[in-house]
Design a protein around this ligand. Structure first.
Ligand SMILES: Nc1ncccc1[N+](=O)[O-]
Length: 240
């Protein structure tokens, strides 16, 4: 998979050189390219923004600079992603879908955003998705780019050492939150590991883990339970 990220702060994406994503790149599983949007400016001051039509505070990123950048970076099968608080929510399901793509291009906007005609124009030529991490305002799309790249890259075959570890996760296939995890020592600061986990009784352990996932999800994310109408569970299991 190839991922291009375009930003006026390319150094913001430096953490992607590290760890998991770094390994994926050296293993040739991920071709990640980070670009400085200012490389496509056409003036001495390397200007990327201007005042908004219709007035209002802040600045808007110019369509012509983004157009030259995206014309260079996009390929016919690319999916253009534009992080924005006005985007559609990014979830594990989104990450799974995008992990099967050939080419993702992330356009990181700053200021008040990118001139709307950029999304409009490229939507006529290929797939474009305005995507949101959540209902809060960041100063730009770079943090979202880091999140999207990590969430997608870790799903690429061969990137995570043990694919099994991708299975039992929060927001995994069942959509529930993950159960609590423990390791040695069996007792720490007066807190003991639940006995069932030391029992070696796999069926009971699996049941306990499922119950804990349901309990946590009901307590912290009832919205997920409501959405998971397909989940077969009895309320009495939850004892909540
Ligand atoms: N929440 C956001 N704020 C600014 C830019 C991008 C954002 N996002 O969620 O992708």
């Amino acid at each position: 998979m190839r991922i291009d990220v375009v930003s006026i702060f390319p150094e913001y994406l430096a953490p992607l050189e590290l760890s998991l994503v770094g390994k994926a790149r050296t293993a040739g599983l991920l071709d990640l390219r980070v670009h400085d949007l200012r490389a496509w400016t056409d003036d001495r001051h390397r200007t990327v923004d201007d005042t908004p039509f219709g007035g209002g505070a802040g600045m808007v990123m110019r369509p012509d600079v983004w157009g030259r950048a995206l014309d260079d970076v996009l390929t016919p099968d690319a999916h253009l992603l534009v992080p924005s608080p006005a985007g559609t929510p990014f979830t594990q399901r989104t990450a799974e879908a995008w992990a099967t793509e050939q080419h993702l291009v992330v356009a990181c906007g700053r200021y008040e955003g990118i001139d709307a005609r950029v999304v409009e124009h490229y939507a006529t030529r290929g797939r474009v998705t305005e995507v949101s991490l959540g209902d809060y305002v960041l100063n730009g799309g770079e943090v979202a780019a880091l999140v999207v790249v990590e969430a997608v890259a870790r799903l690429l075959p061969g990137v995570v050492g043990n694919p099994e570890s991708l299975v039992e996760e929060s927001h995994g296939a069942a959509g529930l939150l993950e159960y609590p995890v423990y390791t040695k020592p069996p007792s720490w600061q007066g807190h003991d590991v639940p006995d069932v986990l030391l029992s070696g009784h796999h069926a009971r352990i699996a049941r306990w883990r499922r119950d804990e996932a349901l309990r946590r999800t009901a307590a912290r994310r009832p919205d997920i339970l409501v959405a998971l109408d397909a989940v077969r569970w009895d309320r009495h299991d939850l004892e909540v």
